[in-house]
Design a protein around this ligand. Structure first.
Ligand SMILES: [Zn+2]
Length: 505
């Protein structure tokens, strides 16, 4: 036995939603061996670490189902603007910079440390590389996740079409010189991207006792060529790993589908044959009932990123309609600058609040059981890990949190699940365990010298300042054309409104 937790309150989140007022958990070789009242009494502890669970809650680790680590250094740095303008400042399309491995490692590690210290045991990272992935940068990202001790799945979230092809009306709005600059940005061919994926999967998938995994991403269906969209689905089938795609995050994307294909992007990916039970649809804010029916039939998962949707004004996802269709939903931070934090508890709370502005029928509002399900089991299913993590059950990987109930958020304690969703913010966390190993204890992350990491990142201050200034100059030049495109798109009638207020005329 490696770890014995005694006399804890336990929220298992298992199939039967079993809860124990007082029980033990035995952990060996990364696995939950036994769970239940008094199971510790009959075992020889040997060299096991014995943890007193008195006054503590044990629950499954949280699962962040969507994240972009390459912008981990942009906390609080970016403009308040809708996605299409926000992204101009986040990843200026005419400014390509490669990143050295030390920088990429520290950047990834910062996110991993923040997540672990907030009780996130599994992180899915749609990691993009500008302009193209290099072995140096990819390996730095994967080494950081491996060393941090977090469970991670990572994609190469690349685009392979010209910038102006990703948007409606933009080609006509742009002047010739900017168009031709966009044509000079290096792009990967489908064969090259598939080659990068094969190298990536062969090097990393299943490493660190299967704690580190690879998945597939096309970024979004409008951001890759149709043959690339299908080739990536072939890879997802070949390795039986999830296929992530941002779909219908914004109204402009709904308009683009109409302009470009005469249908929504859900119908487009369905018709291309790539909407399957391996698909993971990120956002799905501007979906209609036909889209929801197609998604339900496919068995795909949806990732809900409510803080991201609020920060960049994307609208409110039709939560109850997706849920009633039987679609699995997980929660995501999306990325640091679109949240300005790195805290999945606040994402859960926001998911519990935001739908109230979109529906007066209070019976439709998400309740705490649904939020906790999205934070744990839903996340696991979206990553194809539903038989390994997301609940505390015998035979499952030992990913769990020890939460101190002798803290202000739980004083007085009326309803445990409501307190977890609406009162707690991660501050009561005593311990994070991933794959049977303690990775955070009493506020200290154990695999990383956090003070040295923070000092290293402070050392990047002038570099980051210069880069941000250059990015702003580059984005400012394009912003007037993007604003015109945005206003034209939001004025189109798409037969629905996902904002709580009236749409712009
Ligand atoms: Zn995203």
């Amino acid at each position: 036995m490696d770890i014995i937790i005694r006399n804890a309150r336990i929220l298992t989140m298992d199939q039967n939603d079993t809860e124990y007022d007082r029980a033990d958990i035995l952990i060996a070789n990364g696995i939950i061996e036994k769970i239940g009242p008094d199971v510790a009494a009959s075992v020889e502890p040997g060299n096991a670490r014995i943890i007193d669970g008195e006054g503590k809650l044990v629950m499954p680790g949280l699962i962040n189902a969507h994240f972009h680590s390459p912008v981990n250094f942009l906390k609080g740095a970016l403009v308040d603007a809708p996605l299409e303008l926000y992204m101009l400042y986040e990843v200026p399309p005419l400014q390509c910079k490669t990143v050295d491995s030390e920088f990429a490692y520290a950047r990834t590690m910062l996110g991993a440390v923040e997540l672990l210290k907030q009780g996130v045991t599994t992180n899915h990272d749609d990691c993009f590389f500008v302009p193209v992935p290099t072995d140096e940068e990819v390996n730095a990202v994967m080494n950081a996740y491996t060393d941090a001790g977090i469970r991670a799945s990572v994609t190469l979230c690349q685009v392979n079409v010209r910038e102006y092809e990703k948007y409606p009306f933009l080609y006509e709005l742009l002047p010739d010189d900017i168009r031709s600059e966009m044509e000079n940005v290096p792009l990967l061919s489908t064969e090259e991207l598939v080659g990068h994926y094969e190298t990536f999967i062969n090097r990393w998938h299943g490493t660190a006792d299967n704690r580190i995994r690879c998945s597939i991403s096309c970024s979004a269906p409008q951001r890759v060529t149709p043959d690339c969209l299908r080739a990536l689905d072939d890879l997802s089938r070949k390795y039986d790993i999830p296929y992530k795609m941002h779909i219908l995050e914004t109204k402009l994307q709904r308009v683009l589908g109409q302009v470009k294909h005469g249908k929504s992007f859900i119908q487009y990916v369905k018709d291309e044959g790539v909407l399957t039970d391996r698909s993971v649809v990120i956002h799905s804010v501007w979906v209609d009932d036909d889209d929801i029916a197609a998604m339900a039939e496919s068995g795909c998962s949806v990732i809900h990123n409510p803080i991201s949707n609020l920060k960049i004004g994307s609208g409110v996802m039709p939560f109850r309609r997706l849920k009633e269709a039987g679609i699995n939903i997980a929660l995501g931070i999306d990325e640091v600058p679109v949240d300005d934090g790195c805290n999945l508890w606040t994402v859960g709370k926001t998911a519990g609040l935001v739908h109230k502005i979109a529906d007066p029928e209070y019976r439709n509002w998400p309740h705490e059981d649904e939020i906790l399900d999205m934070l744990t089991r839903g996340g696991a299913r979206s990553m194809g890990l539903q038989d390994q993590v997301g609940m505390l059950a015998e035979g499952y990987r030992a990913d769990m949190l020890l939460i101190d109930l002798d803290t202000l958020p739980f004083t007085p304690l009326h309803n445990l699940k409501r307190a977890l969703v609406f009162c707690e913010n991660g501050g009561s966390l005593k311990m994070t365990i991933v794959d049977g190993r303690i990775v955070v204890e009493d506020g200290e992350v154990l695999n990383v010298d956090e003070a040295a990491l923070r000092a290293q990142i402070r050392g990047y201050a002038s570099r980051l300042k210069t880069e941000l200034e250059q990015m702003t100059v580059s984005a400012d030049r394009l912003a007037p054309y993007y604003r015109e495109m945005y206003l034209k798109a939001v004025s189109c009638d798409v037969g629905m409104n996902r904002w709580a207020g009236p749409m712009m005329p």
